[in-house]
Design a protein around this ligand. Structure first.
Ligand SMILES: Nc1ncnc2c1ncn2[C@@H]1O[C@H](COP(=O)(O)OP(=O)(O)OP(=O)(O)O)[C@@H](O)[C@H]1O
Ligand SMILES: [Mg+2]
Length: 220
């Protein structure tokens, strides 16, 4: 369901190029829970962004669900992303001036506005956030913010959830609950790709991929 072939990403800077990914070849099956593990700067975020249809590699191809992401038009790619991919960011990235229910329903876009609030409410209930629906992100704890971000990622019933260090800012209890929701999505048939430099997600993983200096470490 996810196939990367010879993916290279070089960030071009005036003060010199940074090679963030060098020749990544990777295949992830439908329904797998994959943990991408690596130190800071190893290229985890860059890799997730290229899979998420948000960052074009310098060379190589990224296919998700048989679609070659970066040969599609920007518009088709955005549509494909909205319909297939949920993203959970380390820093939550909630919209500060919208309340929680609006943040969750935002993923549905304008088209689904009427049914959106009902659906968002159901998700918030499931994630234990029903009492927070009309609060702003600034009024929430870190754990509640990240559960909101998970509700937003689940909103469009994606086939795949990409999570970038989703527990990095959470205490152990909240981290466990966030991993529990991702695991639940996995058990319902979803594909999860989670990047982290920690070890707490490994117990949920079907497979652990080690990233070093932009390369997959095959030494075991
Ligand atoms: N926009 C950018 N411009 C230039 N260099 C960048 C940019 N984004 C990332 N990099 C560089 O690319 C390399 C990989 O960065 P990336 O953010 O993918 O690493 P990471 O594994 O996610 O690190 P962390 O664990 O700290 O989040 C790093 O050397 C980083 O400095
Ligand atoms: Mg990162």
């Amino acid at each position: 369901m996810v196939v990367l072939e010879n993916v290279v990403k070089t960030y071009r800077r005036r003060r010199g190029d940074v090679k963030a990914l060098s020749d990544i070849n990777l295949q992830i099956e439908k329904g797998e829970f994959v943990v991408i593990c690596g130190p800071s700067g190893s290229g985890k975020t860059t890799l997730l962004m290229t899979i998420a249809a948000m960052l074009r590699p310098t060379s190589g191809s990224v296919c998700v669900e048989q679609k070659d992401l970066y040969t599609m038009s920007i518009r088709d790619r955005a549509k494909f992303r909205a319909e297939n991919i949920g993203f959970v960011f380390q820093m939550f990235h909630l919209v500060p001036y919208l309340n929680i229910i609006e943040n969750v329903a935002l993923a549905g876009g304008v088209a689904s506005q009427s049914g959106g609030a009902v659906k968002a409410n159901e998700l918030l209930k499931r994630l234990g956030l029903a009492q927070r629906a009309f609060h702003r992100p600034s009024e929430l704890s870190a754990g509640e913010k990240q559960r909101t971000a998970i509700a937003r990622a689940l909103f469009n019933r994606p086939k795949i959830i990409l999570a970038d260090e989703p527990t990095g800012n959470l205490d152990p209890d909240n981290a466990a609950s966030v991993l529990g929701y991702l695991s639940e999505f996995h058990h319902s048939g979803g594909t999860v790709i989670l990047a982290t430099h920690g070890t707490e997600a490994e117990q949920f993983a079907d497979r652990i991929i080690h990233l070093h200096n932009g390369s997959i470490d095959n030494s075991g």
